[in-house]
Design a protein around this ligand. Sequence first.
Ligand code: FPP
Length: 255
Amino acid sequence: MSVSPDRHPQVPAAESSSAKLPRHVAFIMDGNGRWATARGLPRTEGHRQGLEALRRTIRHAGKIGIEVITIYSFSSENWSRPETEVSFLMGLLRRFVQRDLSELHEANTRIRIIGSRSDLEPGIASLLQEAEDLTRNNTGLNLVVAFNYGARAEILRATRALAQKVLSGDLKPDDITEADISEALDTGGLPDPDLIIRTSGEMRLSNFLLWQAAYSEFYFCEQHWPDFDEAAFEKALNNFCSRERRYGGLDAKAL
Ligand code: FPP
């Protein structure tokens, strides 16, 4: 299976000079807390520096012509953190949208939010909606923000939506295709991630893009997210470019 622009009409074809550059890179931005603790700082300082690393990453992705980046900025499991940390992260998202939205819009970035909005504070939900609405027609980098996101909950929402279509007679169970499921997910219309980068040494997916990651390449690095910079990004991309993706087939040399 290859990701073709035809399957995902909303996303324009890559303008990158390198054919091997991933179209879509997803980030599990891990290690903010450990970065701060190692320096004797409060965990919130790690998140603050994490936002700086995120800004660098967005700029670099736009500069080198990546089509889509997805960032795991708050998982549905993160509500179990201490209330002070949760409210700091909510405030950080608010500040990020308020301060960076006009710059992102000017840079032709299209923002899309994935995750559940039903239990978000109304102020935050409307800010996220505003960011999506303002940038809807932009044609540059697609910035997908996974906020209050969990992949199993996303699959459940999609399953319910398809079940409703069956119930109303618009869809027959036997006619449901993999493409229907992809379309019903929050990421409908976007290409699947080619590369998923996780910082800070943990090697797991943590309920992130479970359906979409079927053929993703994974890259794990030891750096904590606040230390992730252009050089670290390039290293991950070079590593990706050296891999051969077979999608369950055979190496060309073996045929
Ligand atoms: C994981 O590190 C990081 C998060 C849960 C939040 C990610 C947030 C940012 C990178 C800042 C930008 C945020 C927004 C909302 C735009 P951790 O706290 O789990 O680190 P640890 O595993 O070392 O404790």
